[in-house]
Ligand binder design. Sequence first.
Ligand code: ATP
Ligand code: MG
Length: 187
Amino acid sequence: MRAVVGGIPGVGKSTVLDLLRARLGPRLEVVNYGTVMMDEARLRGVTNRDEMRRLPAQVQREIQASAAKRIASARAEYLIVDTHFSIRTPQGYLPGMPLHVVSAMSPDVLVVIAASPEEISYRRAADTSRIRDASLESVREELEMEKLFAVAASNESGAPLSIIMNRQGEAEKAAGELASIMGVRSR
Ligand code: ATP
Ligand code: MG
């Protein structure tokens, strides 16, 4: 079972996926798309994420494609790709799962993790380990675009799309909903 799980920065994807990993142990492999892209970028001499974001769009797309190939070969009972369906850049929103990438992933299901704009804005401001734009206006637009790009990926891959709400203090509940969408059976 392969799932592509997307959501805007700070919505709580990694938090929810860590909880699911705690339930499933080695049966679940979580692959962070950005981390694999960074590994690929390092092979091209890039040393950090900020540098990667400044590369010409064409080079970034090549790195995205190499990462897709690498993830495609992962084998686990439950595989989750932790990613973004859209990435806000100064030139506009970039698709995180364009046709060639989502095809390589061959997902069984697509999931968007969401929360209210207020909750996300609060989480971004409170999480000092990362730098994310916390303005409500920006969060609202990103949330809307994330869902639209997820619809596009669903249409292109034929994989069904769900939206899971990661409400304040209820990340465990969101992890349970994800487990159920993935058809997780306890052993
Ligand atoms: P990115 O895409 O930037 O990696 P993310 O979606 O993985 O972001 P996290 O790093 O998991 O986001 O979470 C962002 C912040 O929100 C963290 O400080 C986390 O503890 C908090 N958080 C996540 N889920 C919840 C929740 N349900 N209730 C309260 N706080 C939460
Ligand atoms: Mg994360």
